[in-house]
Design a protein around this ligand. Structure first.
Ligand SMILES: CC(=O)N[C@H]1[C@@H](OP(=O)(O)OP(=O)(O)OC[C@H]2O[C@@H](n3ccc(=O)[nH]c3=O)[C@H](O)[C@@H]2O)O[C@H](CO)[C@@H](O)[C@@H]1O
Ligand SMILES: C=C(OP(=O)(O)O)C(=O)O
Length: 436
């Protein structure tokens, strides 16, 4: 188990380029199972979740070739569906959330898929109803083996249909799309998630020969085709990393340029940071954040206290609320952070309170933050990273704090952020990785 020792109070300076997007990578890598031809993927981030998914694909029989540091080719010509019943598969698949998206492609191509309870962040209930109801509507049967805690989906032939999803689940939508691309006839998915990563998946599938229309909206129509072919795909920059770096720059009063952010795919994220009073400039596809001593949270137009809340895309992604929360602790003014989707994602505020932040956890979903306006520095402490995003929020807190903090369980951060210590140290941070 490794820990970070973080020397706080250092200002950073320079340029940083976001990694390829974690949550897009997980969808795209699963989609490579949909064809026996070669699929080349560029900008693949070297993070734990992605590495584990690549290893899992290899164990399933996918030929994987690393073409360069961040480019891979995948060829799923010789898949053994029976391997998915093995303990080895269950052990590997249950390490990450993204493995749930193996189900749709397996069902589409081999008529069967198995899934143990997936891993991922422990941030509250994370149900899979949307996935399974979608598969059932397409004609699959679902069996749950209680003893093995494993679900099996099976079908002879998938048939297109109309479905209105009970919620705009991101991985659920991706899974149903991948199942439907080779189903017979037309599938219509209403209340589909439509975030850029889903758009990217649809664009890639269309390049492979699928017929998906309505991309970028919440109403997708898919005309099933007999087979899909190989293609090449480049992952978008990780918008959660971009947001984390904006927050980091503000909190540590640093001057940073974030390169090649794909601004048009950041949606409401930059505007929400602007409402916290953080200034930045868009230079082409870069974001420049000048050094700023203070940032003042806006009120709503009627004078009431600002709320920052998550919502399905094009609303604000829940994955950035932990970063917004930590950044607000040094803003001027107050804000209510409302995490609507997950019920256990705000508990990490206890640590921030220990560090001297003024936060009231109103209930599991809402926290009120009263900013210090940098009049009082947070105090260094020892803490544990509970999930990827809280982990990075605690890292940001530690980097702004007075003294040296220790962060345990940094594997959680490594799941989603590539070489975060090395990349931030190159900008002037002092983060030491220690194996314990
Ligand atoms: C591997 C991956 O891509 N993980 C992301 C994916 O997880 P994942 O696809 O698992 O998350 P879902 O979109 O299914 O839903 C997340 C949670 O939000 C709730 N919910 C969802 C949709 C909705 O319209 N209303 C609502 O309340 C669900 O009940 C669930 O509790 O999307 C989440 C929501 O953006 C992100 O936090 C995760 O990082
Ligand atoms: C919740 C997240 O990841 P996962 O769905 O993989 O647990 C995340 O990326 O913030």
């Amino acid at each position: 188990m490794a820990i970070f020792k973080v020397e706080g109070g250092r200002r950073l300076r320079g340029e940083i380029t976001p990694q390829g997007a974690k949550n897009e990578a997980l969808q795209i890598l699963c989609a490579t199972l949909l064809t026996q031809e070669k699929v080349i993927v560029h900008n693949v981030p070297q993070i734990l979740d992605v590495i584990q998914l690549i290893e899992l694909l290899q164990a399933m029989g996918v030929e994987v070739e690393r073409l360069s540091e961040e480019s891979y080719s995948f060829r799923a010509a010789d898949i053994d569906p029976d391997y998915l019943r093995s303990d080895d598969y269950c052990r590997r698949a249950s390490r990450l959330r993204g493995s749930v998206m193996l189900l749709g492609p397996m069902l589409a191509r081999f008529g069967v898929g198995y899934m143990p309870k997936p891993g991922g962040d422990k941030i509250g209930r994370r149900r899979l109803d949307t996935h399974f109801i979608g598969f059932q509507k397409l004609g699959a049967t679902l069996d749950f083996d209680t003893a093995a805690a494993c679900s099996e989906v099976r079908c002879k032939e998938l048939k297109g249909c109309y479905m209105l999803l009970d919620e705009a689940s991101v991985t659920g939508t991706a899974n149903i799309i991948m199942a439907a691309v080779m189903a017979k006839g037309f599938t219509t998915i209403y209340n589909a998630a439509c975030e850029p990563y889903i758009q990217q998946l649809c664009l890639m599938l269309n390049r492979m020969g699928a017929r998906i229309s309505g991309i970028a909206s919440n109403l997708l129509t898919i005309e099933g085709v007999r087979e899909l072919h190989g293609t090449e795909h480049t992952l978008l920059p990780d918008m959660i990393e971009v947001g984390s770096f904006i927050g980091l720059a503000a909190m540590t009063r640093s001057e940073l340029t974030i390169r090649n952010v794909s601004f048009e795919n950041l949606g409401i994220i930059p505007a929400q940071f602007a409402r916290l009073g953080i200034r930045f400039e868009q230079h082409g596809d870069d974001i420049y954040i000048p050094q700023q001593e203070h940032y003042r949270i806006e009120n709503f137009m009627d004078g009431s206290i600002m709320t920052i809340a998550d919502a399905p895309w094009p609303g604000l992604t829940p994955d950035l609320l932990s970063v917004f929360l930590v950044v607000a602790t040094q803003a001027k003014g107050s804000v209510l952070i409302h995490q609507k989707m997950f019920e256990s994602r705000l508990f990490f505020v206890d640590k921030l309170i220990d560090m001297g932040a003024q936060i009231i956890l109103c209930d599991p979903h809402r926290a009120t933050v009263i900013g210090h306006d940098h009049q009082m520095r947070l105090r260094a402490t020892r803490m544990t990273s509970p999930d990827i995003r809280a982990g990075v929020a605690l890292l940001i807190a530690a980097m702004s704090a007075e003294g040296t903090s220790t962060i345990q369980n940094i594997e959680q951060i490594d799941r989603g952020y590539k070489d975060i210590d090395g990349r931030l140290n190159a900008l002037g941070a002092r983060i030491t990785r220690v194996e314990e």
